[in-house]
Design a protein around this ligand. Structure first.
Ligand SMILES: Cc1ncc(COP(=O)(O)O)c(C=O)c1O
Length: 390
């Protein structure tokens, strides 16, 4: 099918939740590049919204999935699943968590993390159920995660929201202190806000948040759905901050395109979930967890966390040396890069698309989140094209 035919079919049959999309459909991918049916080649600097960390058609990843597809896709968690147990073990070895639960998406992982914080106190017989998150955050599109997402545009159509959620300004410790009550069960935040344009939490702020959570017995949940799995230069972003959350959530890059979400928690809070308290048909199925294992293996074998920091630093320094007068600010952690322009980020995104380079844009900020396998050659192509467009 050509693009016009696909567009017509989409318009007729698919609910119009995405509006007018970028006018392209890809047929296959290889490394850092996506290809259309007629062979047009696009450099991907957005990785399917921070998902495709290994790029496209990664040899070992593809081989692992192909083998798994030939063996077994799904059984349900009524039965034991080897790759589920192994991936849970691997995530606990790599992180501060003791136990893992698997979901199918980021929103679902956050939903489960919120439920876990609530049930933890419920089982202790303590009446704590309020969740504080941050303004301009993004935590997903389910009803509870919309209530936690501090952006009115996502919340308004769904009023009245689930009660017990409130949002405070990022990096403002007094605002947070004012919002805490004796009913606060959890503070939920992204270590770097992604969707709203790459806004990191301050080191001093997050340390104080951790201290307050310890003092007041509040569960600290990090939403690492976008920041986790090497994106910020370490396997988990919290490692760059010098604090450990009680619970953190993953999705996106964990499956490199196969839908999976995870709630990773310290033992004391993980104990809140007992048989029957939470669950799902697909979560942690053989295909998704095999994908997760293959991602983590490749990440380690190819030192992709280190590459994320190295290439992120390179891109930032090249922009600072060559384009400083055209750029208002660069905000970056690893390969999570926000390039704030004086104006016109959407126009710049469109012009880069015409040059066959894919990036994201929100407000005045370009979002650059390439696959972590990016090399200097591809970074240079992006920087050269950005310079021409600006
Ligand atoms: C920080 C963060 N949390 C949650 C989500 C929701 O994840 P999903 O779209 O997989 O439900 C996203 C998606 O962009 C995200 O960036």
């Amino acid at each position: 099918m050509n693009l016009t035919e696909i567009k017509e079919l989409d318009k007729k049959h698919f609910m119009n939740t995405f509006g007018e999309r970028t006018p392209v459909a890809f047929e296959k991918g290889e490394g850092m590049y996506l290809y259309t049916e007629d062979g047009e080649k696009y450099l991907d600097m957005f990785a399917g919204i921070a998902v495709n960390v290994l790029g496209y058609n990664h040899k070992e990843f593809t081989a692992a999935l192909t083998e798994q597809v030939g063996k077994l896709l799904h059984t349900s968690s009524l039965y034991y699943i080897e790759s589920q147990a192994k991936l849970a073990k691997k995530l606990t070895e790599l992180s501060c968590a003791d136990k893992v639960y698997f979901a199918n998406s980021g929103a679902e992982a956050n939903e489960a993390a919120i439920k876990l914080a609530k049930i933890y106190f419920y089982k202790k017989g303590v009446e704590k159920y309020e969740v504080i998150s941050l303004k301009s955050s993004f935590h997903g599109r389910t009803l509870a995660t919309v209530a936690a997402t501090g952006q009115e545009k996502y919340q308004k159509p769904y009023y009245p929201l689930i009660p017990g959620f409130k949002q405070v300004e990022i990096n403002n410790i007094e605002a947070l202190k004012d919002a805490i009550t004796d009913k606060t069960c959890a503070i939920l935040l992204e270590p770097v806000q992604g969707e709203s344009g790459v806004h990191p939490v301050d080191d001093a702020y997050i340390k104080e948040v951790r201290r307050i959570c310890d003092e007041k017995e509040i569960i600290l949940i990090f939403d690492e759905i976008q920041t986790g799995i090497g994106r910020c230069g370490k396997m988990f972003c919290y490692e760059t901050l010098g604090v450990e959350p009680d619970v953190f959530t993953l999705a996106k890059a964990l499956g490199n395109g196969v839908p999976i979400g995870a709630v990773c928690a310290k033992d004391f809070v993980a104990k809140g979930f007992e048989p029957g308290d939470h669950g799902g048909t697909f979560g942690g199925n053989p295909l998704a967890t095999r994908a997760g294992l293959a991602v983590l293996e490749a990440m380690e074998k190819e030192s992709l966390c280190e590459n994320a920091e190295k290439m992120g630093e390179y891109i930032e320094s090249e922009i600072n040396s060559n384009l400083k007068d055209k750029v208002k600010e660069i905000r970056r952690k690893g390969l999570m890069i926000g390039i704030e322009l004086p104006e016109g980020a959407q126009e710049v995104r469109k012009k880069l698309f015409e040059k066959k380079i894919l990036v994201g844009a929100v407000g005045n900020t370009l979002r650059v989140l390439p696959p972590l396998v990016i090399g200097k050659e591809e970074a240079d192509i992006f920087i050269k094209a950005l310079a021409e467009v600006l």
